[in-house]
Design a protein around this ligand. Structure first.
Ligand code: NAP
Length: 248
């Protein structure tokens, strides 16, 4: 009998985990994507796209599709689906593993300003610079829309909608990014402050090195906490270990 693992995805780690699970005999893997990105990367195993309809909808999906284990491998800032997964797992008794890549840590020479939210980042920004490289994702742009005196260079995978700051230049791109590319970007656009979420991982980390080299301040939005009682594993290897017998 095969084991069915649902991977809540949208990250590199989720893609790697799905490939590793699919290679195991007797394991069937389905990756769930929210559907925010028009052309997501290639994926091993089955894929389903779109919201489940909240906790109840996710719990029903787990039951209907005979899911034996769930891995929440969503982005560290995708707090709603993580909360729903925790509740749905508790409701159905399906084991849940949370996979979260570790956050970034400041090193010598970094000028980081940690903040709790995008709103707090927007409040702090005018004191730190006038030309902003904003990499917090298109859906959070509204928090900065009232900052009329600043120039924003916004980088996102998909074009952002409204509202957005009036003086905004869009760079549409998807990581991974290189250190030389990030250096060039900061110089070309004469950036004097960077805003980022603490996403962790290597794909988007070079902007932090480039900012350090140029002595630029970086506003770092801290991660939302995990729901009570949950702990995360840091990588695909540890997620496979935690799944243990459930997934062969
Ligand atoms: P979110 O705020 O936690 O979720 C909002 C709603 O979107 C959820 O309640 C759920 O709808 C649906 N959803 C989210 N992730 C889903 C998934 N993997 N499969 C099916 N439905 C999902 O999430 P978000 O921050 O918008 O992120 C959406 C997706 O983009 C996630 O897969 C995440 O891994 C990825 N992502 C997010 C970020 C970020 O900065 N937030 C960055 C890179 C990638 P229902 O309640 O209807 O089930």
């Amino acid at each position: 009998m095969s084991a069915h693992v649902l991977v809540l995805g949208g990250t590199t780690e989720a893609r790697e985990l799905a490939a590793a699970l699919a290679a195991r005999p007797g394991v069937r893997v389905t990756t769930s994507l929210a559907g925010r990105v028009a052309r997501p990367g290639a994926q091993t195993g089955d894929v389903r796209v779109g919201g489940f309809g909240g906790t109840e909808g996710l719990a029903a999906w787990l039951r209907e599709h005979g899911v034996d284990a769930v891995v929440d491998a969503t982005h560290p800032f995708a707090a709603s689906i993580t909360r729903n997964a925790a509740r749905a797992a508790a409701m159905t008794g399906v084991p849940l593993v949370v996979l979260r890549r570790p956050g970034w840590l400041p090193g010598p020479g970094d000028r980081w300003h940690p903040v709790a939210s995008l709103d707090a980042a927007a409040e702090l920004l005018p004191r730190l610079g006038r030309r902003v490289f904003l990499t917090t994702g298109r859906l959070g742009l509204a928090a900065f829309a009232h900052l009329t005196g600043l120039h924003f260079v916004v980088r996102s995978v998909e074009p952002p909608g409204q509202p957005q700051p009036p003086d905004t230049r869009l760079i549409q791109a998807r990581g991974p990014f290189t250190l030389s590319g990030e250096r060039a970007l900061l110089r070309t656009h004469r950036i004097d402050v960077l805003v980022t979420k603490d996403s962790g991982g290597t794909a988007t980390a070079p902007k932090l090195t480039a900012a350090r080299e140029l002595g630029l301040p970086v506003v770092v939005v801290r991660r939302p906490p995990l729901p009570d009682g949950l702990s995360a594993v840091p990588d695909v290897r540890a997620a496979l270990d935690r799944l243990g017998p459930v997934a062969g």
